[in-house]
Design a protein around this ligand. Structure first.
Ligand code: 13P
Length: 251
């Protein structure tokens, strides 16, 4: 049985004041949740969130890290080992905003994935197609290609300590959500692809859906057999809304 995971990706949002408010509402809203809950603040708020989460069941994650796991001379970057110092449980790698807007390629994604794992942290590998790719029937080619980049470089066992997040680029921040059937189809294809290398790893692999997840569509999405929770952007900035999504994943 895969325990559902709901991760709130706060992206580049928040001030110390708004983060404090969000945290107090969220800790209330997520109490006794059956799903595992993670929050991923902007790095400037990591210490604040780390302290606020102490003693709670909500775990901490980061949105990105450097390609090398250790500390070093790399201005402006943060290494996975530094994230471990804050007990980060998860780190996102290959989010589409970084792939599309910052030119992150599969090779960098593989290095970050490996850096995260080498520090004992679980990477959440983000994959997803653009609207043009979906409209030209390239969805599975693109998504499975992004998964394969890691599989080929690091082997299938790397997925026994990882999470995958399917986030169609056209559904992120747009209010457009993949239908539950559309998402399920891609999630099943990802699982099958991994199963071709190792059925047990594939069966245990959690695959999250991301892209305009809200309390109103979460129940239907999370009811799908291969959707094991969500990676939530905008709706994770509202404690009540995020709490409702977490409860939807726990049911
Ligand atoms: P939204 O939920 O705002 O569409 O963002 C999804 C996302 O990118 C999470 O990583």
């Amino acid at each position: 049985m895969r325990r559902p995971l709901v991760a709130g990706n706060w992206k580049m949002h928040g001030t110390r004041t708004s983060v404090a408010e969000l945290l107090s509402g969220l800790l209330d809203a997520c109490r006794n949740c059956r799903a595992e809950v993670a929050v991923m603040p902007s790095l400037v708020h990591l210490e604040q969130v780390f302290q606020a989460l102490e003693g709670s069941e909500v775990v901490l994650g980061a949105q990105n890290c450097a390609v090398e796991p250790g500390q070093g001379a790399l201005t402006g970057e943060v290494s996975a080992s530094q994230l471990l110092d804050f007990s980060c449980t998860y780190v996102l790698v290959g989010h589409s905003e970084r792939r599309q807007l910052l030119g992150e390629d599969d090779q960098q994604v593989v290095r970050k994935f490996s850096a995260v794992q080498s520090c004992g942290i679980t990477p959440i590998l983000c994959v997803g197609e653009t609207l043009a790719e979906r409209e030209s029937d390239q969805t599975l080619n693109v998504v499975l290609g992004q998964v394969s980049a890691v599989l080929d470089a690091l082997g299938v066992q790397a997925f026994s300590r990882a999470v995958v997040a399917y986030e169609p680029v056209w559904a992120i921040g747009t209010g457009l959500t993949a239908t539950a059937d559309q998402a399920q189809q891609v999630h099943a294809a990802i699982r099958q692809h991994v199963a071709a290398f190792d059925a047990d790893v594939a069966e245990k692999l959690r695959i999250l859906y991301g892209g305009s997840v809200k309390s109103t569509n979460a129940v239907e999405l999370f009811a799908m057999p291969d959707i094991d929770g969500g990676l939530v952007g905008g709706a994770s900035l509202n404690a009540d809304e995020f709490g409702a999504i977490c409860r939807a994943a726990g049911n």
